[in-house]
Design a protein around this ligand. Sequence first.
Ligand code: FAD
Length: 470
Amino acid sequence: MTKTIRTEVVVLGAGPGGYTAAFRAADLGLKTLLIEKNSSLGGVCLNTGCIPSKALLHVSKVMSEINELKEHHVDLGAGIPNLISVRQWVESIIDKLTFGLKNMAKKRRIEIIYGYGKFTSSNEIEVNNDGGITIIKFNSAIIATGSHASKLPLLPDDPRIMNSTDALLLKNIPKRMLVIGGGIIGLEMATIYASLGCKITIVEIMESLIPECDKDIIRPLVRRIKKKYENIYLKTKVISVIPKENKIKVILEGKNVPENDQFDAILVAIGRTPNGNKVDVGKAGIQVDKNGFIATNNQQQTNIPNIYAIGDVTHLPMLAHKATYEGKLAAEHIAGHQVNIKNKIIPSVAYTDPEIAWVGLSETEAKLRNIDYGKGVFPWSANGRSLALARDEGLTKILFDKLTNKIIGAAIVGTNAGDLISECALAIEMGSDAKDIARTIHPHPTLSETVAMAAEVFEGTITDLYIPKR
Ligand code: FAD
């Protein structure tokens, strides 16, 4: 039997974007309904993305630190951890968080409809749960259907060829693994597997790892992982993959790389594809581009004004905090708030070792756009806290507009760079100039001092470095 429900707001997809939008809409007094095809809420972020990967990266960090102490003849005796116990630990974190979400949805009286939702018109979505059909009639809808791992068409079907979701299950630790794609996800997974004893080779088609980030920021990471990984092949293409009984043969094309190599497993991390084409948006009149992205205006509205889109399905970067931010904007606009965000300040973080984080304009972009900028760069080798952590390879770089001295971008590499970048994001949001940042008293000894000191370098007031007068 078909059931029909009427609601003010329906949110399609319960990832970080979707559940945030639904919670905010309900808090603003709107009758809200949330549709999710999976049995648990939280989307990629909670179930197969941010949270499980960061839990495993924590294990990886502890393992690396124990191994590094061995180099100083301190043997804490840990070998490779029991994979079952690690998996159970990760699952327990996911369970805790998804249970919390369900609870919060209930308290807000948000109705959750499980099943696969598709548009049938600009005021109606049909949800199919194993043949059980629910028709949702809505005033406003928010599309939050996220993205999925992109596939390399040339790859055969073989359980040893994984995407990030498979790799996070940690079924076994291969002896040698090829990671196709040197972006954030590929490098994070490489960090995890390397610390568990897997020999890693990375192949990246571009000339640099994490190509969207400045090369000087990537350099300390490359220096460190070069010592740990078997190979890092840049400007290299995978031409074909041939599964054999014991190994997978890979044919490569690039400068100074072997023509072929053999691996026990392959991780494909070449990016993610938005799910804009999978929910019959055409029936609602919504435009989708050829890649599957749904375009929106500054209020997150699609070309059909009562239908909004947020998160991975809209535009790059595909990040959880961008999805939640956009979820709130959409819900608030539906509730009648004034919303018009022209320029979103979205920090990006690679939770590698060392971490890499950036926000605003990169130096490469500033050069390309002929922006008249100045920069302050502070090397962590002059920071007491990083020396005390025995990790002084970091760098904090801040870009300023030469005319106004206002901060326009920042990039940090080093321990906890992902936490440090928030100060720079706030400074950009607040329109701070170099003096504001330099004169903010930062606690000592901390890594956060490097942010103030990078601003001091730009200002020419730095005392923690000696820079001869020109
Ligand atoms: P999603 O999280 O993809 O959620 C979409 C939801 O919609 C899913 O629950 C899906 O089941 C549901 N859905 C889709 N179609 C339908 C339908 N037709 N009917 C019903 N339900 C549907 N980002 C960070 O910011 N920090 C990180 O550290 C980070 N680490 C990551 C690590 C990995 C390995 C991966 C893969 C991603 C990582 N990301 C990270 C990216 C982050 O997970 C995504 O940007 C974020 O989850 C996007 O949120 P979303 O709400 O747009 O979509």
